[in-house]
Design a protein around this ligand. Sequence first.
Ligand code: HMG
Ligand code: MG
Length: 307
Amino acid sequence: MRPDVVIYEVGPRDGLQNEPETVPTAVKAELVARLASARLARIEITSFVSPKWIPQLADADELCRQVARPPSATYSALVPNEAGYERFRAAQLPVAAFFVSASETHNRKNVNRGIAEHLEGFRPIAARARADGVLLRAYVSTVCGCPYEGDVPAQAVVELVRKLDALGADEISLGDTIGVGHPQQVRELVRAVGQTLALERVALHMHDTWGRALANVAAGYDAGVRTFDASLGGLGGCPYAPGASGNVATEDVVDLFERAGVRTGIDLDALVDTTAWLERAVLRRPLPGRVYRAKLGQRERAKAVAE
Ligand code: HMG
Ligand code: MG
C-alpha cells in the first residue's frame, strides 16, 4: 500500500556530517542497509562536498561502492558544485541534492560564496542532471532564521524557491537549519511557497534546537506538505551553523503520523533497533529522539516483567 507521507531519512548525511568522530565506511554502509530494511524509501546517504570542509564524509565515493542498493530505496547525496557532480555521477546515484541558504552570511560560511554566485553554479549542474536523467532535490537553508543575520523574510525564501524551480529543481526542501521556527511561521511560509510551487514538490527539513521541530512538522502537514526530512534518533546539525542541533527524530515523525492514521510505510520497531545499534555500538552516546527513548523504556520494562 502506498504511504500517505514520505519520510526522507537524512541521518547518514546530516547526522554523520556533524559527529566529532568519523564513522568507518563499512559501518555507514551497514547503517544505510539497516535503514532500507526498516523500509525507509528515500535516504540521503552522504555528501560530495569538499573533504576539507566535511572530513566526516570524505569517504563518499567509497561508501557508494560499498552500499547495497535494494530496489525499495532511493538514495541521494549532497552536491555543491561541478566537482561534486563529477563524483556523484561516478557513484551512480539517482538523486543529487544541491543546497543554498536564504541568508547571505550563512551561504558564505557554508559554501564560501554569495547566494547569486552559488546559484549560477547550480545552472550547469541542473542542465547536466536533466541530460543524465538525474533527479534534483534542492535545499533552501535558514528559512526560519539565520545564525548570523537573525530573521529571514519569507519573501527571500519564496524568491529562492522560484529561482531553483526555474533552474530545474524537481523537489525543494525548506530547511530550518537552526531550529528556530514555530508552527505559525511554518504555516505562513508553506502558504507563501505554495503560491509558487505545488506542495507535492515541497519538503520540510526541521531541526529541533528549540524543541519545536515536531510541532512544525504537524503544522506543515496541516498546511499541505507531504514530505518530511528526519534523522534517526534526532541525530544531526550543520557544522557551519553554530549551536544548531539535530533534525527532528524519524521515530517521532513516524509515530506522530501513524497515531493519526497517516501511513508512513516504515517499520518503527526495526528503526528503533537500528537507532539502538547506532547509539550503543557506533556512537556510544545517548541520542535524543523522544519516541526512540520511550520505546527503549517500554522494551526494558517488558523485559523486566518477563524475567
Ligand atoms: P572552496 O574551498 O571555496 O572550493 O569550497 P574551491 O572551488 O575553491 O576548491 C578548493 C579545493 O577544493 C580544490 O582542490 C578543489 O578541487 C576542491 P585543490 O586544488 O585545493 O587541491 N574541491 C572539491 N573536492 C572534492 N569535492 C568537491 C570539491 N569542490 C572543491 N565537491 C565548497 C567550496 C562548496 C566545495 C565548500 O565550501 C564545501 O564543500 N562546502 C560544504 C559545506 C557543507 O557540506 N555543509 C553542510 C551541508 S549543508 C546543511 O547541512 C544544511 C542542510 O541540511 C539543510 C538545512 O538544514 O537547512 C542541507
Ligand atoms: Mg540540515
